[in-house]
Design a protein. Structure first.
Length: 541
């Protein structure tokens, strides 16, 4: 039986502290707990749930227990990013265990005795089960968690987001760790704690992550070092977006001069808005809260759900970023992408998303950049067709061939692979240099109102290979899924993706759907999006 308590009774720091006799507001418990049938033990319902919120709620609840018991503690730079680690002195063991026992008695959760030398981690056990307590008396490391779910019960954030208590042994003037961490085996016993930035304790956060999700933590000075594998530079996200149903935009498109050479170039499917942007930004809020700023590049359009008064996201119009106003209006993604590096305030390191790209689970910036700032790119298993551009080429293949010809002429190297539909990790400086060095081809692409035979593909290939050939990018891989919406088994593919939740990123691409397809597809997508990304971002009305 799985007991799901209402959020008003879930174990926050305030409620735990109140139970322990510490001053603080007592949360209301007027709403009765909801009971579900399941196999996960006690699960607490929490509106606005994110992985970081679950992590911080577990940490603050456990720390409240320690504070109420008068136990000194400090944050440890652990080797796992999902949860947190707290160090306590071995001589406080009895008080720590009593506090944990009382807390889990009041709000049942899960417990694991962690053996640092075991070949695989032990499974969490419900604190209601007597077996959970058998080995805690001599445990060197103890993990505590309270499972959480969103009100729709789509997300289940479990033991990996718990808080670990490490018992550090006193040796002279030092406390010695029971297992390895990212910084040190020992800390001094003298002197007060110091505050450490949240990013020191998880690679899923940065100095720009909101403080309520990832606050600074009291720690020991030995953990304040800048390690070689830390990423401290800002990373932004950029989207291109269009509402193809906007009458004013439709009129501009109809009046635009020039014709598309290929049916796909002007296909209405390329401009359909299925609300992907809303859910892609939700995926960043849930799984990449280390992003500093989000820029949405549009043709003077604003999504009707998007707030413009919240720091951290803003609209960047085509008029703002295009260096040649005569190139506007444009309906060519290659043209728009050639100007992204002109966004005012854009970071040197940024991720470029099409609005059909999503993060699928918590991902660190290290998946896209090395700590030294080198970008990572993700070559496809496909190959660029041989030979010069031909009339039978798709727009994608024509652009890849143009990329190949220019880069071979400049560097004497032949590119053979396009890129996967994974968010593109870009260096602003590399794009600026490429625009200067290949000015004619870049300007021609910018001036193409629809995809043309002469286009480059600036972000999805050219700038990535240019960065690689100038020492600023390297190949990589990640767990990834690509789904074309115009497939017969779309429902099954989406369900497998939802059930697995094991992809770092995924793309739901739509280039060939007919108007007859879209209604049935939209029903499937609506259910999928709200189940996979149930928590609104701060940028939604």
């Amino acid at each position: 039986m799985t007991t799901v308590s209402d959020f008003t009774a879930h174990p926050t720091a305030a409620t735990v502290a109140a139970r322990q006799g510490v001053a603080g507001p007592r949360h209301s418990t007027a709403n009765a707990p909801t009971t579900l049938t399941g196999e996960h033990g006690d699960v607490y319902v929490e509106p606005g749930l994110t992985p970081l919120a679950a992590r911080e709620a577990n940490r603050s609840a456990l720390v409240a227990l320690l504070d109420a018991a008068g136990v000194g503690h400090f944050a440890v730079r652990g080797t796992v990013d999902h949860g947190t680690v707290v160090g306590v002195a071995e001589e406080d063991r009895e008080r720590v265990l009593q506090a944990v026992f009382r807390g889990l008695g009041q709000y049942p959760g899960h417990l694991t005795v962690v053996d640092p030398d075991a070949p695989r981690p032990a499974k969490p056990v419900s604190s209601r089960d007597p077996r959970a307590w058998r080995e805690v008396v001599g445990a060197r490391v103890l993990q505590v968690s309270w499972y959480r779910t969103d009100p729709g019960r789509h997300l289940l954030l479990g033991h990996e987001y718990g808080c670990v208590v490490e018992f550090w042994q006193r040796q002279g003037t030092c406390l010695v760790a029971p297992r390895a961490n990212r910084a040190t085996w020992a800390v001094g016993t003298d002197g007060p704690n110091v505050m450490g930035a949240a990013r020191l304790f998880s690679r899923f956060v940065s100095d720009w992550t909101p403080g309520h999700l990832a606050p600074a933590l009291p720690t020991r000075p030995e953990f304040l070092v800048n390690c070689a594998d830390d990423i401290a530079f800002p990373v932004d996200a950029v989207y291109t977006w269009v509402d193809g149903n906007d009458p004013a935009w439709k009129q501009r498109k109809a009046q635009a001069k020039g014709e598309a050479y290929h049916a796909e170039s002007a296909s209405d499917a390329r401009f359909i808005s299925r609300d992907e942007l809303r859910y892609s930004i939700r995926s960043l809020h849930l799984f990449a809260p280390w992003i500093r700023n989000i820029y949405v590049v549009t043709d003077d359009q604003v999504p009707d759900w998007m707030r413009e008064d919240v720091p951290g996201a803003r609209i960047a119009t085509h008029r703002e970023i295009f260096r040649n106003p005569a190139d506007l209006p444009t309906f060519n993604s290659h043209s728009i992408e050639s100007q992204l590096h002109h966004i005012e305030g854009l970071a040197e390191h940024f991720l470029y998303f099409n609005d059909d790209m999503f993060m699928g689970r918590p991902v660190a910036p290290h998946s896209f950049f090395t700590p030294s700032g080198t970008a990572r790119y993700f070559p496809s298993r496909n190959r660029i067709p041989q030979g010069p551009v031909a009339e039978t080429d798709s727009p994608v293949d024509a652009a890849c061939k143009n990329n190949r010809a220019l880069l071979h002429e400049r560097f004497g190297k032949v590119i053979t692979q396009p890129m996967e539909h994974i968010p593109y990790a870009l260096r602003r400086s590399a794009m600026e240099e490429a625009e200067l060095e290949f000015a004619e081809a870049w300007a021609r692409t910018s001036a193409s109102r629809f995809r043309a035979m002469t286009d480059l593909s600036p972000t999805s290939s050219f700038a990535l290979y240019y960065a690689a050939l100038t020492g600023r990018a390297q190949p990589a891989s990640m767990p990834f899924t690509y789904i074309q919406l115009a497939v017969a088994d779309l429902a099954d593919r989406l369900q497998r993706l939802l059930d697995g939740r094991d992809r770092d990123s995924f793309c739901l691409n739509d280039a060939f759907s007919t108007p007859e397809d879209t209604e049935a597809q939209q029903e499937l997508l609506d259910d999928f999006f709200t189940s996979y990304f149930p928590t609104p971002s701060p940028f939604e009305r």
